[in-house]
Design a protein around this ligand. Sequence first.
Ligand code: SIN
Length: 290
Amino acid sequence: MLKEPTSAYRRIEVQPQESGFGAEITGLDLSRPLPAETLSEVKAAWAAHAVVAFPDQPLSLDALEAFTLQIGPFGEDPFIKPMPGRPNVLELRREPDETATNFGAGWHSDWSFQAAPPAATILRSEVVPPVGGDTLFCDATRAWEALSPAMQRLLMPLRAVHSASRPYGTRGVFARETEKRTLQIISSPEAEKTQVHPLVRTHPVTGRKALWVSPVYTVGVEGLTDEEAAAILGFCFKHLTQERFIYRHKWRPGMVLMWDNRCTMHFAEGGYDGHLRVMHRTTVAGDTPV
Ligand code: SIN
């Protein structure tokens, strides 16, 4: 890990990951309300690094909810049954005997099919398997910036069509699966709805542009034939998921991770069959992509 210049933050320690994006934040206690200056440094570090990990923060669910609300109001989490009595917390639990594909095993930005998708997702590890279970992130900002000016001009005016139909539709992946799954997924005709967003999104805080499409939720490009859209999107997906844009997050128990859905995609890697994995997840509301 690299050390960020100490002058950048007065209240927290920020250690950027060597992958070029993502950082670890220490020197604070997330189980209590953060003082205003600490909170604003956390938000600044999050804007700068997109994926921030807080090790050794074994938060109770109450504390996880309270921390989330310091970042912003809860987002809306469709198609998954929340925890009893906690409408804004999802328990991502996979039992040792589960054989269904692990949840989140496809590149996506959370709920990008919504009109105003969540700005942040916050995930806290409860039980971490001894092998596998990493979460991979791709930096959609650097991916955009690495494109040639000619390719940027081609992509810039395009509008992408997002939908939840592939995973959550009545004929979607989850509706068709037969294996046991602990996470309760509610497939619905609602998932067939589509939502158009700019294919290149400008971050409301940093002003930087990001290539904002994903193989799970982006199903087309406005005005293009299916074949044309598949060629453009196929190029974007391959470009985004190159090793040089990836940060691999390795979990330890009691870790909190907060990522920015406005400029990243993520992928939950499996590889822990036979072991329990338990995570708790909240989202923070975002705004209409521009
Ligand atoms: C997700 O939110 O997509 C799941 C991430 C994970 O379980 O690592």
